[in-house]
Write a protein that binds this ligand. Sequence first.
Ligand SMILES: NC(=O)c1ccc[n+]([C@@H]2O[C@H](COP(=O)([O-])OP(=O)(O)OC[C@H]3O[C@@H](n4cnc5c(N)ncnc54)[C@H](OP(=O)(O)O)[C@@H]3O)[C@@H](O)[C@H]2O)c1
Ligand SMILES: O=P(O)(O)OC[C@H](O)CO
Length: 308
Amino acid sequence: MQKTTIGILGAGAWAMALANLATDNGHEVRIWSRGGKVSLSAVLQNADIILSAISMTGVSEIVSQMEFLPLSAKTIFVTATKGLDPQTTCTPSQIWQGAFPDHPVVVLSGPNLSAEIRQSLPAATVVASKNQKAAQLVQQVFSSSCFRVYTNPDPIGVELGGTLKNIMAIAAGVCDGLHLGTNAKAALVTRGLTEMVRIGQNWGAKTETFYGLSGLGDLLATCNSPLSRNYQVGYQMAGGKTLVEVLANLPGTAEGVNTCQVLIKRAQEHSIAIPITEQVYALLQGEVTPRQALEELMLRDIKPEYNC
Ligand SMILES: NC(=O)c1ccc[n+]([C@@H]2O[C@H](COP(=O)([O-])OP(=O)(O)OC[C@H]3O[C@@H](n4cnc5c(N)ncnc54)[C@H](OP(=O)(O)O)[C@@H]3O)[C@@H](O)[C@H]2O)c1
Ligand SMILES: O=P(O)(O)OC[C@H](O)CO
């Protein structure tokens, strides 16, 4: 395929893993980070693709900075951040699209623990956009024998899968940290997926998207791996550490912590039932112990599995 120029925003674990994939495929990659030597305008200049892999806390800020910088009219934005904006509850792709309405925006999300990808272990991901051509170009740029990339026409569903599973990964870490067993873990992950689907439906996402790589796939990866920072938050809190103690030693960002708070706000505004998220939130706030959170979930009113 033709060589493209890619500006990558962020130099964290995920940004560097994606940069390596694109470089290995022969593309020109320029990396911007707030502490780096290369200016933002130099990274953006004539870029075919601008990929953001910065933490959610930095997205609105970087978007505001970029609105005043020159961009190629054909630039495609790719967002790889898995979080929600605390002020607006918007997803990263909604923020990018709102600021750059004339550019295609592609969401890249899937079961992608960066440490495994940097070792060239096999993995798959999804690139989702309303603009099919843009998604196909991004698919080609990142596809390789160890990274299989699928396209998808439901960006909000793909993005929410990757974002919401972080909360379930915290819960899964608690489950494993308390040694609750395989049955408990299966119940948690399955009911977690039901909760994710319910939130996604309220947001206008397609239900089937949550049963794909970016939903169930990422849920399985993150809820079962000690490499996941979100899982580590739950696991270590189950071991008796406070959130502050866990975050002080965590390598990188655990987006589920902030996402949980934003989701509580959104669920209240839209009357969405999110019992697992509520217990994770209460745990993170120090309002309940891991055992109390478990008891709250187990003793909820009994009911049918599905609302028919
Ligand atoms: N790691 C993974 O396995 C993985 C996989 C898929 C998706 N993700 C998602 O990718 C995002 C980044 O994760 P990560 O693992 O790469 O995290 P990370 O290693 O902690 O890196 C975060 C990056 O964001 C930058 N950043 C944070 N706040 C910023 C701000 N206000 N302005 C500009 N830059 C800012 C950081 O810059 P500084 O270094 O200057 O702080 C750093 O470059 C998260 O949303 C995560 O959920 C991660
Ligand atoms: O380390 P985590 O918990 O942010 O998970 C990383 C990726 O989102 C896994 O797909």
